[in-house]
Design a binder for this molecule. Structure first.
Ligand SMILES: Nc1ncnc2c1ncn2[C@@H]1O[C@H](COP(=O)(O)OP(=O)(O)OP(=O)(O)O)[C@@H](O)[C@H]1O
Ligand SMILES: [Mg+2]
Length: 220
């Protein structure tokens, strides 16, 4: 992993994150990953920080751009560290996660979708989230970003009826879904105060797999 202008260090000891050479090169040149959903509480901030932390753990250069006026991600990172906070308007030669506000009418959300290499529509599997997720997909289509967008199911509870119908829900939203999903785990809530180090191996593995699928989805 070494040798890409110092972006990717050789300390990647994470088997789930064995990225192909092209993807590593893309990461080092700069890759923008925008997390969005007009629905508040779907997990955009939690996953921006934790997926970013997963890539840091794997030895990659990562920053988070917090475009939500509530600045939850900024406060979280200032509290626990581990991630760089990006400076608005400045380029970044690593993986840049953009956390967005739950406001589909916001120009900043539309801009963040347009400039992304990967758009991640974060939603729970609950039908209650379907309508806002669909509105978010409409915005993604309008911004010409549908070919780089996927649904990421968060707060999935395996064995439940809702967990069985993910493909159907993605089809109703109108975008393909990432194969990997994230479970509902208290550990993700604790991580706000305790950071990446507080996560157990199952939670880390789940985050690594999703992070890998996201960065691997960028068209070369
Ligand atoms: N996979 C998960 N398991 C358990 N709790 C989760 C998970 N994902 C998110 N949460 C919890 O759900 C709540 C909302 O998450 P978060 O703040 O990340 O959502 P958001 O989409 O950024 O919300 P907003 O749009 O209001 O900024 C938080 O309490 C968070 O800890
Ligand atoms: Mg948020």
């Amino acid at each position: 992993m070494a040798g890409h202008d110092g972006c990717c260090s050789s300390r990647c000891h994470v088997p789930f994150l064995s990225l192909c050479g092209c993807t590593i090169l893309l990461l080092c040149r700069g890759m923008i990953i925008t997390l969005c959903n007009g629905k508040g509480g779907s997990g955009k901030t939690t996953l921006s920080v934790l997926l970013g932390s997963a890539l840091v753990e794997a030895g990659h250069k990562v920053a988070l751009l917090d475009t939500d006026p509530q600045h939850t991600a900024t406060r979280w990172i200032e509290e626990i560290g581990g991630l760089e906070l990006a400076i608005p308007g400045k380029g970044f030669d690593g993986a840049l996660f953009i956390d967005t506000a739950p406001r589909l009418e916001s120009k900043e959300v539309a801009d963040s979708i347009r400039r992304a290499d990967v758009v991640v529509l974060v939603t729970s599997p609950s039908p209650a989230d379907l309508f806002t997720s669909r509105d978010t997909a409409t915005l993604i289509h309008r911004e010409g970003a549908k070919d780089k967008a996927h649904v990421l199911f968060n707060q999935v509870q395996p064995g439940t009826i809702l967990a069985r119908d993910l493909e159907d829900m993605a089809a109703r939203i109108g975008l393909p879904a990432f194969k990997n999903t994230l479970r509902r785990r208290q550990a993700y809530q604790h991580a706000v105060l305790m950071g990446w180090k507080s996560l157990g191996s199952e939670a880390r593995e789940e985050l690594f797999k999703v992070a890998l699928e996201i960065v691997g989805s960028v068209k070369k």
